[in-house]
Design a protein around this ligand. Structure first.
Ligand code: F0G
Length: 353
């Protein structure tokens, strides 16, 4: 069966009309992979939605195809966003595809290398500021209110419309909603979008509703602490956000679903990051792994019972952030001379065939 992207597949659920351009990079339709080893270890039925398999390597493509298509439909020729990296990559790619200009504002030195490479390659105009994401978003919102430039951060409602489609795919793959949907929380748009998706699909198809469990990084846990964090800090730069724009929507998603917004430490994130790579062969970026770390934390504490069905959203591809992969692993390439003997010497003890 051919897959022509989200706007075609879900046009009945999206604000698509005859004037909406046919924009796509064949985003969506991402794999839902069962964590067979970890499911067995923890006595649960656990899956990951690998959003890193989208065209620019993150879930942002779902929201961006919708937001850029609507911007084009409405006659705009420039889009702009603040970003910790993934939004800027997606904005730049879809703007390029639509023949539009993109401008991205990023926190200096705090975006993963692969994401910067993407913005450069797709031809975005890149402004780097000596502030954090929250500062960048404030500036971008103000600039877009003054100039004929379309804001494509998740405060643009079309972004959440596009992103809600991931919830549809989860229900279609499993036949119903899972018991638990775990997800990293940064600016809090994605958890809000998933909840919208689950409730809309349930109204149409009686697919059931999951408990929404969102996880912030401890050093950026504004919602958990119920206070704005002026200097957010975490290894998971994608969610290094201290004043989430969709704060109320995220709290509503957690409350209405009987779920919770919780926090995980950087150590828990890094442990989960290595664990899913080594036990399941899945490489997701650090921020994504907050969704794994959070489930492990709540399974260990007994807050989550055995036997449940869990879907964790892996929001971005591990290759986005090669530096963290190299820096936080003890096993690095071992330098050897260019000869077979030195490798055989290292392998002493392995039985000959
Ligand atoms: N995971 C990844 C990999 C992200 O890039 C982001 C957000 C999130 C999770 C959190 O999603 O903001 O909807 O709660 N990245 C934004 C960006 C902020 O600029 O790329 P959220």
């Amino acid at each position: 069966m051919s897959w022509d992207g989200l706007l075609k597949a879900y046009k009945d659920y999206l604000p698509v009309n005859e004037r909406t351009p046919d924009l796509t990079l064949n985003e969506g339709n991402t794999p839902l992979i069962r964590l067979s080893n970890l499911s067995e270890q923890y006595g649960v039925d656990w899956y990951v939605k690998t959003e890193g398999t989208n065209p620019t390597g993150s879930f942002k493509d779902r929201g961006m195809v919708m937001a850029v298509a609507k911007a084009k439909e409405e006659g705009s020729n420039t889009v702009m966003c603040a970003s910790t990296g993934n939004t800027s990559a997606a904005a730049a790619a879809y703007a390029a595809r639509a023949g539009m200009k993109s401008i991205v504002v990023i926190p200096e030195g705090k975006i993963a290398f692969g994401k910067l490479a993407q913005a450069v390659m797709y031809g975005a105009e890149i402004y780097s500021i000596p502030g954090n994401f929250d500062d960048a978003l404030k500036i971008v919102r103000s600039v877009c209110a003054k100039l004929p430039i379309t804001l494509v951060n998740s405060v643009n409602p079309y972004r959440l419309e596009g992103q809600k489609t991931a919830a549809f795919e989860v229900c279609d793959a499993l036949g119903s909603a899972p018991d638990i949907l775990s997800i990293p929380v940064g600016n809090a748009g994605n958890i809000s979008a998933y909840w919208k998706g689950f409730t809309e699909y349930h109204e149409k198809k009686q697919t059931g509703l999951p408990q929404m469990r969102g996880f912030e990084a401890e050093g950026a846990a504004a919602i958990v602490r119920n206070q704005v964090i002026n200097q957010p800090e975490t290894i998971a730069t994608a969610i290094r956000i201290g004043n989430p724009a969709s704060w109320e929507l995220a709290v509503a998603a957690a409350d209405q679903s009987g779920g919770k917004i919780d926090e995980v430490t950087d150590d828990e994130i890094l442990e989960a990051y290595r664990l899913i790579a080594r036990k399941e062969g899945i490489f997701a970026e650090p921020a994504s792994c907050a969704s794994i770390a959070g489930v492990i934390k709540q399974l260990k504490s007994g807050e989550l019972p055995k036997g449940i069905r869990i879907v964790s959203v892996l929001t971005g591809n591990g290759l986005k952030d090669p530096n963290t992969a190299i820096d936080y692993n003890e096993i690095k390439p071992i330098l050897l001379p260019n000869e077979e003997d030195s490798i055989l010497e290292r392998l002493k003890g392995v039985q000959p065939v």
